[in-house]
Design a protein around this ligand. Structure first.
Ligand code: NAP
Length: 482
């Protein structure tokens, strides 16, 4: 490094449990490789919760990340009894790091049932939407609801990101894993948008795989995958499964990347039982720092560290998670060995040539999709009732008389129970009651909705309504089973 070289500020969060040991190993190696990083140490996690800061992330840490735009962090504990939200999720969401990247590849000396098969894939998981938005309600004392929100814009960002990531690593295929066959609107949005943007990347093969089959294929023939693009919860599950294929969490790095900020961390948590014992495997955080260096355009130092890790593992220097904690190399000695191997090159293992990642540029306009036509054609009213479906159906039909709407059907957990179908559906206290506009299907006005709700309230308890909409002639709601 020349004296005049620009220094790069990076926020460094040691984290909880084994975090400080892992982060210190990564920092020493990055410095020994000569990367011109200026670390800004910042706090987050358990101690911060204990101070009464409910997010687990103090303002100074937020300010540091807002300034440096890049953070390397250790795992953060979510203490039970302090605070409510995970500090990790807070960081990911507040900086809109919409892409979670989890590379999974076979490592030398780490023997698994998949050794020798060349597993080398990257999970690209949408990181801020989906069920992990954590919007949940008890709709009745016995029925819970979680909202699964998936946007066209979020889907376009993650799809384009997956293709751009594939390009940057010279990969030739991207699979999109969704449950679009069942959740046609939510999961289906990612599938549709992925298929729309795929032609913009003609040199990359793209295909869709149903997520349950994806899990099956990952166990059966993981070497067929290069990049997998998927929704938040699917990606969480598939990436843990994938990391187990190559030796577990000790080797699983990750990056949370957004348009403005990127946060690099291991997939693993704070593993408190190993904290301070100098026995854990710091490779996942070290590999996360390799991802960080590439993001910062420091390709030489990144490749040098990756080569040194591989040379170290090839020489049989392995940590306790692989060899057993009575025989493994201590964390600090393992780190020293990697530093000692900087400058050496692995012969047996390919290290990827990586090009700068081009982040997708999308309009920041909030109203991203504007249909040419839109109508409200009916209303779903969610009702809590001790009545049978037949009794409730008769009552609601009577109450809707004289309004612009009529009761079309009632369902229990998605299956039609009124008018009776003969199905053996058990219903509880939670009913979805669908009202459709009686005549002049066109726009249903809010006054019509208020009138219907006022009538229903005379006899029943409703807790939620959903307008049934049509956009450009397409129904914006699902039909029921039965
Ligand atoms: P964990 O900390 O990942 O540990 C689970 C197990 O994985 C450990 O007991 C150990 O397995 C193995 N392991 C994890 N990291 C390892 C490493 N570097 N080297 C060797 N083995 C490693 O998961 P957890 O026990 O469920 O969570 C503990 C805390 O971490 C919780 O408070 C959780 O909220 C938090 N967490 C934070 C993050 C994050 O900051 N991104 C992610 C996940 C969890 P063996 O017991 O088999 O040896």
């Amino acid at each position: 490094m020349s004296a005049s070289e620009t220094r790069i500020p990076v926020t460094l969060i040691p984290g909880d449990g084994i975090g400080p040991e892992c982060v210190s190993a990564a920092r020493r190696i990055v410095e020994a490789a000569g990367a011109p990083i200026d670390w800004e140490e910042a706090e987050a996690g358990a101690d911060v919760f204990r101070k009464g800061i409910a997010s687990g992330v103090p303002q100074e840490t937020m300010d540091s990340i807002a300034r440096t735009r890049v953070a390397l962090k250790g795992p953060l504990e979510t203490p039970v009894g302090f605070g409510e939200k995970s500090a990790n999720v807070t960081l990911r969401k507040l900086f809109e790091t919409y892409a979670n990247v989890r590379p999974v590849r076979e490592m030398p000396g780490v023997v698994t049932p998949y050794s020798g098969r060349g597993v080398d894939l990257v999970m690209v998981r949408e990181n801020v939407e989906d069920l992990y938005a954590g919007i949940e309600y008890m709709q009745t004392p016995s029925v819970a609801q979680a909202l699964k929100l998936i946007s066209v814009k979020g889907s376009e960002k993650i799809s384009r990101f997956a293709f751009e990531y594939a390009r940057s690593e010279g990969r030739t295929s991207v699979a999109c894993a969704t449950k679009a066959n069942i959740m046609k609107f939510s999961e289906g949005t990612l599938k549709r948008v992925f298929e729309q943007v795929a032609p913009d990347y003609p040199e990359i093969d793209s295909w869709h795989v149903i997520v349950d089959n994806c899990a099956h294929q990952l166990v059966k023939r993981p070497e067929q995958f290069e990049v997998i693009c998927t929704t938040n919860m699917n990606g969480d599950i598939l990436s843990d499964l994938s990391s187990a294929l190559v030796g577990g969490l000790g080797y699983a790095p990750s990056a949370n990347i957004g348009n403005e900020v990127a946060i690099f961390e291991a997939v693993h948590g704070s593993a408190p039982k190993y904290a301070g014992k100098n026995v854990i495997n710091p490779t996942a955080v070290i590999l996360s720092s390799v991802l960080m260096l590439r993001y910062l355009g420091r390709f030489e130092e990144a490749a040098a560290i990756e080569h040194a890790i591989f040379v170290t593992l090839e020489s049989g220097v392995l940590t306790g998670d692989v060899l057993g904690y009575d025989r493994g190399t201590p964390t600090t000695d393992y780190t020293d060995a990697i530093i000692g191997n900087l400058g050496k090159r692995t012969e047996g293992w390919a290290i990827r040539e990586v090009k700068p990642l081009q982040l997708p540029v999308l309009s920041a306009a909030p109203d991203y999709v504007r249909p040419d036509s839109r109508f409200v054609v009916g209303l779903d009213v969610f009702v809590e009732s001790p009545l049978t479906a037949d009794e409730l159906g008769a009552s609601l039909t009577e109450l809707a008389h004289g309004t612009r709407m009529e009761l079309k059907m009632i369902s229990s957990r998605g299956t039609k129970v009124y008018p009776p179908t003969g199905a053996m559906t058990e219903s509880g206290d939670h009913f979805r009651c669908r009202f459709i506009i009686r005549e002049n299907p066109g726009d249903l006005w809010d006054e019509d909705v208020h009138q219907l709700l006022a009538r229903i309230s005379r006899r029943h308890t409703w807790m939620h309504i959903e307008k049934l909409q049509e956009f450009d002639g397409d129904l914006g709601f699902t039909r029921d089973q039965g």
